[in-house]
Design a protein around this ligand. Sequence first.
Ligand SMILES: Nc1ncnc2c1ncn2[C@@H]1O[C@H](COP(=O)(O)OP(=O)(O)OP(=O)(O)O)[C@@H](O)[C@H]1O
Ligand SMILES: [Mg+2]
Length: 234
Amino acid sequence: MTVAAAVEARGLRRQFPLDGGGTVTALDDVDLHIAPGEIVAVVGRSGAGKSTLLNLIGAIDRGYEGELTVFGQELRRLSERELARFRNRQIGFVFQSFNLLPGLTVGDNVMLPASFGADMPDVLVRRRAHHLLDEVGLGDRFNQPPLQLSGGERQRVAIARALLLEPPLLVCDEPTGSLDTATADQILQLFREIREKRGTTLVMVTHDPAVARSADRLVRLERGRIVGTTLEAP
Ligand SMILES: Nc1ncnc2c1ncn2[C@@H]1O[C@H](COP(=O)(O)OP(=O)(O)OP(=O)(O)O)[C@@H](O)[C@H]1O
Ligand SMILES: [Mg+2]
């Protein structure tokens, strides 16, 4: 089945209750269409709603109003269990803090998504993990603990992990936030290769204008609303 949109949002709104009453509107009236295979950079000041948007698109949070479909699926209609399954199958999430488990080796971290009910044989999981670590230039680190890796290396392990089950949608919160320019370029090059090979859709938050320029399209948020598609700060 061909789906016309990877992400389709109409009048998307996310409010959070405040301690002591009242609400904060983190996203308001967001209309967004992301085509399959598109690379989209989400930019905007701190507090603008970028992570809130990523958590919704990434099927982590579904406390929204309005419409939000990912590959044609309205996320709010799914049960918790269905949502977890959808997330595991359709989405690779790269967190800014990498979220690697220090007690596991690099290889076991990369293979972790397969332990949540994926029906891929162990031997295939292991082969894919090795292959992905090769692809990110860390093929020789399989048995090492992540604490022995540099920040950029950990980031690449997190990306390999996000790709283990070949998700059609990759969602990254500041994937190059703590990287030098050369390593950030390596990561962006990897994203483009992954897109070419697998048609992966990529949505990433970034504060780096160079990273934003490398995307097909920009989405600029300001106080929870999409205000444009330019690089210049308002
Ligand atoms: N769970 C929550 N409860 C209450 N308010 C929240 C919650 N999550 C986000 N917010 C509020 O929503 C707004 C948007 O937050 P969000 O984390 O999306 O910003 P951001 O654009 O990612 O910022 P940064 O660049 O600093 O990461 C902020 O005002 C924030 O305080
Ligand atoms: Mg954020």
